[in-house]
Design a protein around this ligand. Sequence first.
Ligand code: SF4
Ligand code: MG
Length: 320
Amino acid sequence: SDALLEVRHLKKYFPVTQGLLNRTVGHVKAVDDISLTLQPGETFGLVGESGSGKSTVGRTILRLTEKTSGEVKFKGADIHSLSPAELRLLRPRMQLIFQDPYSALNPRVRVGDAIGEALLDHGLCSKHEVRELVLESLAACGLSSYHIDRFPHEFSGGQRQRIGIARALILNPDLIIADEPVSALDVSIQAQIINLFSKLQQSKGLAYLFISHDLSVVEHLCSRIGVMYLGSMVETAARDELFHNPLHPYTKALLSAVPVPVPRLKRERIVLKGDIPSPANPPSGCKFHTRCPFAVEVCKAENPVFRDAGGGHFVACHLA
Ligand code: SF4
Ligand code: MG
């Protein structure tokens, strides 16, 4: 197929060790059988509470951490079986943007140099071309030559995220994995950065895997949305379908907490009991049963299959 990214049955388990000999006593199933597909230029929002495994999905796709099992194909290449040299060649094509861009910036390196660095490292341009390309990338992100020779501490949080985006963008990627890129920003600044992501998606045909704990953040940006709970995907659907016809109780609960500007769409508030359980010791059967207001007997014993409910709407629930 011509998919940009194909993730099949991806698992990432971290060993839990104990004692002086670091004996393995169990596993944290951070990512437990996740499948998803992104077409070129598609925007996919991955949503879930903290601890649901979203960031680990992103890092395992990029092979910043090794998988436990499953498959990640990017432009047809099996990412986890590439040699370091092959992986290095593909790196510019898939970029990661962090929640806190400041931690990814060297405080003593001028931002222009920080943005140009990767381009030179990968041998993608010559020294005398780099300044022009940096200026272009800054301009695409709403910054200018005024900013190029300044240091990271001279910028606000929103501007630093623009720098982080400019640094990813300059490598001309096909895929950007953005991990909570607006969560640390004020709400008004969040909207500006989301608009920037949206504008760049349209002008450059970028695909995003946009990771957020906040459904209202992905609503504006993503054409498809996946909801994760304790390492598993519980529902995926096109955005409007997910917002208007959620099938999984967890999705319903998340949606019921999103403020809705249109009164006729007002939903009944579903308040979940308790916190997300530890992924080191997940509940049996449907992992959501300890918090699900609709749980029945079978939910405790049997893990529901992630199945097609029609029209590309997938859900894992015995009752849906
Ligand atoms: Fe709730 Fe059962 Fe569906 Fe799980 S399978 S979400 S516990 S109704
Ligand atoms: Mg995270």
